[in-house]
Design a protein around this ligand. Structure first.
Ligand code: NAD
Length: 382
């Protein structure tokens, strides 16, 4: 299935396609030969079309992580070769959030310069959200921008980080503090790559899907309530369904507001407290989706406190999160610690934090809340 991210503005066209299929990488083996014999699959034609319209003609510089390289390094190289793309180098980085840093970004620049990559060449971000964000930011900034494609390998990256052009790195003072909006030329999602994912990682990505359902799509939320067990047991068809739904929702939001000047911040549901949880854990021992799950429950309770929703909405969000094995309880840090961590977030001004709140499943509202009010509510909730 192909989804178009339509970003055709009067000044420039940043539109691109997302391809979602099972077996894209493996099925490409000998595809060129099959094509010559007139025996070629629909997926091959579709993939070839997407890569062609992405304008990828030069050399490729693949950026990936150790685990992904060990599992699929040969496959990504074979895939690109099959589609006539020349691989220049594969650059393998350590696993983990710590890699999304200035230090590793600098190492990427060194290699790109050493390999004399030019504007006509391109980067392939092959990995989870960490690699996607880091490689995307390298692409955004090297030579003032070279083309890149996303080939995500985690559920979180499939449904969220690979789409929409948010790229960046963390700073010791806070997460994603340095970055750029820079759209990929294509996103190639091979659902089969999820088979090797740790179950905890799969469930981590599931949190972002809950987010879409909770504030944007009641039908998707109901589907998740009924099918969460299948999904977290790696059922391919239901995974394809939720990835397609999530990418369509994200594509529509990004089309409306590419640079997060308005409605796109709805995708930050659960992130105000979630980012604070991650920071208080020093980005260790808790995953992004796990932290935003805690944040979503907090935001739902806050919504109820403000009279925006009823208890059943809070319970629905909480139950789905708990049932799917995500954490629901707010960790025992003090209200001051939470507030200080939240103040570093980009959604904060002088004395207020902009929260995404829930009115009922599938409906949201933005509200700026005073620090004092949030402090008191944290006191009540922790
Ligand atoms: N740009 C955005 O819009 C956006 C949105 C949400 C999250 N993010 C960012 O995404 C990051 C989290 O991404 P993540 O959850 O994908 O974590 P991750 O990139 O750290 O990947 C998790 C782990 O899974 C391994 N892995 C990846 N693919 C695998 C596979 N197919 N099989 C086995 N192991 C595999 C990785 O090597 C890593 O160890 C955070 O930095 C977060 O800020 C960005």
């Amino acid at each position: 299935m192909k989804i178009r991210v339509d970003l055709n503005l009067s000044s420039c066209d940043n539109s691109y396609d997302i391809l979602i299929e099972s077996g894209i990488l493996k099925n490409c083996i000998n595809a060129a030969e099959r094509r010559r014999n007139g025996n070629c699959s629909f997926e091959y034609e579709e993939t070839a079309g997407i890569l062609k319209s992405a304008g990828l003609k030069g050399r490729t510089f693949i950026i990936t992580s150790e685990t992904v390289n060990g599992l699929y390094g040969k496959d990504i190289s074979a895939f690109l070769k099959e589609y006539g793309v020349k691989e220049e180098a594969i650059f393998v980085l350590p696993d983990g959030e710590k890699t999304k840093s200035l230090e590793y970004l600098s190492r990427i620049y060194d290699r790109l310069i050493e390999k004399k990559l030019e504007r006509s060449d391109f980067i392939v971000a092959f990995g989870g959200g960490v690699i996607g964000d880091l490689a995307g930011f390298a692409a955004a900034t090297y030579l003032r921008g070279i083309k890149f494609i996303q080939v995500p390998t985690t559920l979180l990256a499939d449904v969220d980080s690979s789409v929409g052009g948010k790229t960046g790195i963390d700073h010791h003072a806070g997460k994603n503090l340095i970055g750029a909006f820079y759209q990929p030329k294509a996103v190639i999602i091979d659902v089969d790559l999820l088979k090797t994912l740790d179950k905890r990682e799969l469930i981590n990505g599931f949190a972002e899907v809950i987010k879409y359902g909770a504030v944007l799509d009641a039908e998707l939320f109901a589907y998740l309530e009924t099918n969460y067990e299948k999904i977290i047991s790696f059922d391919k068809d239901s995974l394809i369904h939720i990835i397609q739904k999530s990418c369509s929702i994200k594509a529509a939001i990004v089309k409306e507001d590419e640079k997060e000047e308005g409605v796109r911040s709805v995708l930050n549901f659960g992130h105000s407290l979630g980012h604070a949880v991650e920071a208080l854990y020093n980005y260790e021992g808790i995953k992004h989706g796990e932290a935003i799950s805690i944040g979503m429950i907090f935001a739902a309770k806050l919504s109820k406190k403000l009279g925006l929703c009823f208890e059943d909405t809070v319970s629905k969000v909480k139950n789905l999160i708990k049932n799917s094995g995500l954490p629901a309880d707010i960790p025992k840090f003090s209200p001051e610690q939470y507030l200080n961590a939240m103040k570093l977030d980009k959604k904060v001004n002088e004395r207020q934090i902009k929260f995404v709140l829930i009115k009922e499943i599938g409906k949201f509202e933005f509200k700026k809340l005073d620090f004092d009010f949030i402090h008191d509510f944290l006191n009540e909730t922790i």
